[in-house]
Design a protein around this ligand. Structure first.
Ligand code: UT7
Length: 314
């Protein structure tokens, strides 16, 4: 019998330190009005002492608690991150040690699309019978990759983590997934270092990323709906990667989705890369907006470029 990968728990965690647009005005040639109008972001959280694993542990424990399972019941852990605490071992193994899980655990790097890539990978394991319970985490400390003197990127990124527990289910769960990469755009969004032992910061051609993001995400949403024999009206919620309100609005307009059906957290979180979708999902599950049976579209794009989307029955 076909198995589905069903979400049975969500969790998230944000470091306590808040950095507002007004805080950034003190060190950068920028202002709150510009940042809000061009991005939709008002504040973001930034780590002080915490690492990517620390954030992941809190989010994972919250998700496991909602799922009602112990970490030792997990068959697999996939941690999507661009900001691992060390080159090795994988931050996923540091996480499993902290939460007390004994199972395969690995990191997956697809930048802002990392969570969708990780969910798609977990879905394959579950549908093929290779795992029954999988923890999928997006955890990032992007502030470590940002040049705090570069106003074009310092205003955008924040730190945080989100986690999902997937369980093999006979009836429903992830209905469709698609991931894509196109390496021709490498230089539009990358870190500046050429070697792992050199310090590097994010370099971004914002305008180019913006246009490609709107184009690719709109096309992906349309294709996904067609392949699922659904229309925009069948969607209960869109939970997009939280990069820029103008990207999200443009995609919603292209697929004729009312903004009331879009979960937005970027005003308070900024762009948390691989963490942004599970963070937004957890917020909307816990405040009661997302309910059992809802049809969700999750989409993200980032460096590479890599992008992907999921259609999920919650
Ligand atoms: O997760 C995926 C990765 N990233 C993204 O999805 C980001 C995609 N791109 C974007 O979100 C937008 O391109 C940005 C928010 C980064 C920039 O917005 P924009 O509307 O594309 O602005 P722009 O780069 O065209 O700059 C417009 C003006 C420029 O001044 P001039 O040349 O018109 O005088 C910039 O120098 O705004 C200036 N500017 C700023 N002004 C105040 C750029 N950054 C700032 C700033 N504060 N922080």
């Amino acid at each position: 019998m076909k198995k589905f990968a069903r979400i049975i728990g969500t969790g998230s965690y944000l470091p306590p330190k808040v950095v507002t647009n007004h805080d950034l005005e003190k060190t950068l040639d920028t202002n709150d009005e510009w940042i809000v109008a061009r991005t939709g972001i008002s504040e973001r959280r930034i780590v002080e002492e915490e690492g990517t694993c620390d954030l992941a542990v809190e989010a994972s424990n919250n998700a496991l608690e909602m799922a009602g399972i112990d970490a030792n019941e997990l068959d697999l852990i996939i941690l999507a991150t661009t900001t691992p605490d060390k080159i090795f071992p994988a931050t996923a193994t540091m996480l499993q040690n902290q939460i007390g899980a004994i199972c395969p655990a690995f990191d997956l790097q697809a930048v802002c699309a990392g969570f969708v890539f990780a969910m798609t990978t977990a879905q394959q394991y579950i549908e093929n019978g290779g795992a029954k319970k999988v923890l999928v985490v997006g955890s990032e400390t992007m502030s470590r990759l940002v040049d705090q003197n570069d106003r074009s990127t310092a205003i955008l990124f924040g730190d945080g983590a989100g986690a999902i527990v997937l369980s093999a289910d006979d009836e429903t769960g992830i209905l469709h997934s698609k991931i894509c990469s196109d390496g021709r755009y490498l230089s539009s969004l990358q870190v500046s270092n050429n070697r792992i032992n050199e310090l590097g910061f994010i370099q971004m051609s914002g305008n180019e990323v913006f246009k490609i993001a709107v184009n690719r995400l709109s096309n992906l949403a349309e294709t996904t709906l067609q392949e699922c024999d659904m229309t925009t009206e069948d969607l209960t919620w869109m939970v997009p990667h939280q990069a820029n309100i103008r990207i999200i609005t443009a995609v919603a307009k292209r697929i004729k989705l009312p903004m009331e059906k879009v979960v937005l957290t970027l005003d308070k979180h900024g762009n948390t890369s691989a963490a942004s979708i599970p963070l937004a999902l957890d917020v909307a599950v816990r405040d009661g907006r997302i309910k059992k049976g809802d049809k969700l579209m999750l989409e993200g794009i980032g460096g590479g470029f890599s992008w992907g989307g999921l259609l999920v029955e919650y």
